[in-house]
Unconditional design. Structure first.
Ligand SMILES: [Zn+2]
Ligand SMILES: [Zn+2]
Length: 307
């Protein structure tokens, strides 16, 4: 987890603070006036004048929508001098983010629980409270499009934008970062369990440096389908080798393989579980996180080869 940034309580200073941290922001009016480009900015208009969105000089606040988002301090200063009460928008994909947006008014909290039961506890990330009872869980963008509303009350925001603290929610509450209130750049990869099925990582190819068997020599009996067979030591090593941002995913991956191989009689589940739990502890996962993840791997649909 990276160092947190203190965000000023006033919107103009807060916008500048995000930009200084490298976050592209743009102003969003409180009344959410929809984006409309003036004729100079509308590519379909005969009056269009070619220019980059963030270099727009026309002065109409809604021109270019979030495409105008910028880290330019002078522009941000001008925008919020003109409209000191404007909320702070951050386009997700342009900032390299994908955000799980949970709206409890539409059942998002129940959906989130169901989702974690199915897919495992989501990797920890800096959480934003929306001021209206909702939650934002920002992750690194997986690099391709995600379904918009996969579950009731849950939205995967990627092509769109989110408001950032201390923006004012329609209900009057303010957005804020949970916990210590500091903003942290998302650093965890998008949870692989939430990827569209076709994009989920398969069994990774063994890295050449750790390949134990000569290519033309005697190879151990592989899994049906030609994947390599994992030993307990391999699975433990897989967790130990994971980068900080990926250790939840690595653990869950190893847990899935453990269940799969034990069903085929190729591993002892109790031994493997013990090995993985101690690996989890040594990379900093809590016991309850690891236990929940290991157990959910047993019932995970779709990642079990036979399905
Ligand atoms: Zn314009
Ligand atoms: Zn323009």
């Amino acid at each position: 987890m990276n160092v947190g940034i203190e965000i000023p309580a006033e919107l103009p200073a807060a916008a500048a603070a995000y930009a200084a941290a490298g976050i592209k922001v743009f102003r969003v009016r409180r009344n959410k006036t929809p984006y409309a480009n003036c004729p100079r900015c509308d590519k379909n208009s005969s009056l269009y004048v070619q220019h980059r969105p963030e270099a727009c000089q026309c002065g109409v606040p809604t021109c270019h929508g979030f495409w105008a988002a910028t880290t330019d301090p002078a522009l941000i200063h001008r925008w919020w001098r003109e409209e000191p009460g404007a909320n702070i928008g951050a386009p997700c994909k342009l900032n390299g983010w994908a955000v799980i947006d949970v709206d409890p008014r539409n059942g998002g909290d129940r959906s989130l629980q169901a989702l974690e039961q199915r897919a495992g506890v989501l990797p920890g990330t800096g959480m934003q409270l929306t001021g209206g009872g909702g939650l934002h869980l920002p992750y690194l963008s997986p690099g391709f499009d995600l379904p918009g509303e996969p579950f009731p009350g849950i939205d995967f925001k990627h092509n769109g934008y989110i408001l950032l603290a201390p923006s004012v929610h329609a209900s009057g509450g303010r957005y804020r970062w949970a916990g210590d209130g500091l903003f942290r750049q998302p650093s965890e990869p998008w949870p692989s369990a939430l990827l569209p099925r076709k994009e989920r990582p398969a069994v990774p190819a063994p890295r050449p440096a750790r390949q134990r068997f000569p290519v033309y020599g005697n190879r151990p009996k592989g899994r049906p389908g030609g994947g390599r067979m994992w030993t307990v030591a391999d699975l433990v090593q897989h967790v130990m080798d994971a980068s900080t941002g990926n250790r939840n995913n690595a653990f869950f991956f190893a847990a899935c393989r453990a269940h799969e191989l034990s069903e085929q009689g190729l591993l002892d589940l109790i031994d493997t579980r013990a090995g993985l739990m101690s690996a989890a502890a040594s990379v900093g996962l809590t016991e309850s996180e690891a236990r929940a993840s290991f157990d959910s791997a047993a019932t995970r649909p779709g990642d079990r080869g036979a399905a």
